[in-house]
Design a protein around this ligand. Structure first.
Ligand code: NAP
Ligand code: MG
Length: 484
């Protein structure tokens, strides 16, 4: 494989040694264990959103290429599913170890391609991706203990479609359980962030997976749709917008494809007057500004009990002034680049709506680079339940603040949303936590913390945030049929 060192990036001083990062000028499709040119001959560019420079050309898979990938996965299924769980586990352990070994390279590529701060890629995304493979490698030979006295079988070919906010981590969330259970896969990364999935394909090659077990096809929405509509695909796992989730649900409604959807969110982060306020302020910051707010479970609706509202807002504003916004490759950066021009346009549209609705807007006074896509950390206070800033998923560093007096009121307001992915509760009282976790309609509820993830714990939504769980024993269920 022709790989060359490509030192076209302006690495920040902290990472000048990142010159050993190996990226190609052009990436092909990974089908049946081979790097395959797209039949149409079409390629698209992936850019670095912090400086708008082109990083590489990436193949655009058409329906014909998806056909080839599905055929390869179908052909590989018998061999892969009849391996012993222990053997499948060995491949997954090897993959997990290789991800750890290449963690630095993967972190840099993730940050270059997607704009997230290198500290987050390095400390969160890549280690969690490895952890996800380790965890599922452990399940591969223990499925009979996960589901005692039940006869399980893998589903066949899994079509997996992932978004741009956690590119490698979402690939791991999809691939690890599917492979551990004995399925083969066709995975499509998002158009703006294909590079770590392609790097993962190189690692899969290095780990000597049998050809066709994992196929990675790049492209935009049409490539995803070709996977969804393919008659030989037995399962679809999708993470992305509620809008596309609904299209996929309609497309699979009349088929026997098994479906899991992980969609948008608008999480309530609830601060009671008895909370440790300084700790809660850190939790609010992490809840909404982590990964520029490009997080489906972001704590984008803040509910503060009236008696501590002024104190919380004052501390929050002071804290926002200290956030470092800028070069994602600098390890001191807290808030990196917005993932794409179109996502920045969406966020800016909402900033305008918030102002037009008469909400009070506060932004950090920091400056941002002239090139690239940037949004300063933003707070809207005095938001009403009916505000679009409160109702719509913005998917950016924009927080809507509301107040409440009683527990009953905050539960009612927090649940008054079409979404139900996550929530956060900050209080000194265990009984309050218990009460809220029973009554909030959200798949994941954090108490006195936020945005914590672990492969052992199931993740997924209620209502329009989707269905099915990823992670834990529950996540395995989505990749098995039960013959009893
Ligand atoms: P999206 O359009 O739903 O994209 C998610 C994935 O689906 C991408 O790989 C996308 O391809 C693909 N796709 C697009 N149209 C498709 C179709 N008709 N059939 C099958 N696959 C299709 O989401 P997005 O544009 O990346 O982000 C838009 C909004 O989605 C965000 O503002 C946010 O509200 C939400 N979102 C949620 C999550 C989450 O984790 N829950 C993550 C990301 C985004 P391309 O991207 O290559 O076109
Ligand atoms: Mg990119």
């Amino acid at each position: 494989m022709a790989v060359k060192n490509k030192n076209v990036f302006d690495f920040s001083p902290a990472l000048e040694s990142a010159g050993h990062i190996q990226l190609k000028d052009q990436y092909e499709l990974f089908i049946n264990g081979k790097w395959t040119k797209p039949k149409s001959g079409k390629y698209f560019k992936t850019i670095n959103p912090s400086n708008e420079k082109v990083i590489a050309q990436v193949a655009e898979a058409s329906k014909t290429d998806v056909d080839a990938a599905v055929s390869a996965a179908e052909k590989a299924f018998n061999g892969w599913s009849s391996l012993s769980g222990k053997e499948r586990g060995k491949y997954l352990f090897r993959l997990a170890r290789l991800i750890q070994e290449k963690a630095r390279e993967l972190s840099v590529i993730e940050t270059l391609d997607g704009g997230k701060p290198i500290r987050e890629s390095r400390d969160i995304d890549i280690p969690l991706a490895a952890a996800h493979f380790f965890y599922h490698a452990g399940w591969a030979d223990k499925l009979e203990y996960a589901f005692p006295n039940r006869k399980t079988e893998p589903l066949g070919v899994a079509g997996q479609i992932i978004p741009w906010n956690f590119p490698l981590l979402m690939a791991a969330w999809k691939l690890a359980p599917a492979l551990a259970c004995g399925n083969t896969v066709v995975l499509k990364p998002a158009e703006t962030t294909p590079l770590t999935a392609l790097k993962l394909a190189e690692i899969i090659e290095e780990a000597e997976f049998p050809p066709g077990v994992v196929n990675i096809v790049t492209g935009a929405g049409a490539t995803g749709a070709a996977i969804v509509n393919h008659p030989k695909v037995n399962k679809i796992a999708f993470t992305g917008s509620t809008e596309v989730g609904k299209i996929i649900q309609r497309a699979t409604a009349n088929t026997d494809k098994k479906l899991t959807l992980e969609l948008g969110g608008k999480a309530a982060n609830i601060i009671f007057e008895d909370a440790a306020i300084n700790q809660a302020v850190e939790g609010i910051i992490n809840g909404i500004y982590f990964n520029q707010g490009h997080v489906c479970c972001a704590g984008s609706r803040l509910f503060v009990q009236e008696s501590v509202h002024d104190e919380v807002i004052q501390k929050l504003k002071a804290r926002i002034e200290n956030l470092v916004v800028g070069d994602p490759m600098d390890k001191n950066t807290d808030i990196g680049a917005i993932n794409s021009k179109s996502q920045l346009e969406t966020i800016n549209k909402y900033l305008k709506i918030g102002k037009e609705e008469g909400l009070e807007m506060f932004q950090s006074s920091c400056s941002v680079p002239s090139k690239g896509f940037w949004c300063k950390p933003t707070i809207f206070t005095g938001a009403a339940q009916s505000s679009r800033i409160v109702q719509d998923e913005i998917f950016g560093p924009v927080l809507a603040v509301q107040t409440f007096r009683t527990i009953g009121e905050v539960i009612q307001k927090a649940n008054n949303t079409p979404y139900g992915l996550s929530a956060g509760v900050w209080t000194d009282k265990g009984s309050k936590i218990f009460n809220l976790t029973q009554q909030l309609r959200a798949g994941v509820i954090w108490a006195n913390t936020f945005n914590k993830f672990d492969p052992t714990s199931p993740f997924g939504g209620y209502k329009e945030s989707g269905f099915g769980r990823e992670g834990g024993v529950h996540g395995l269920e989505s990749y098995l049929k039960f013959n009893d």
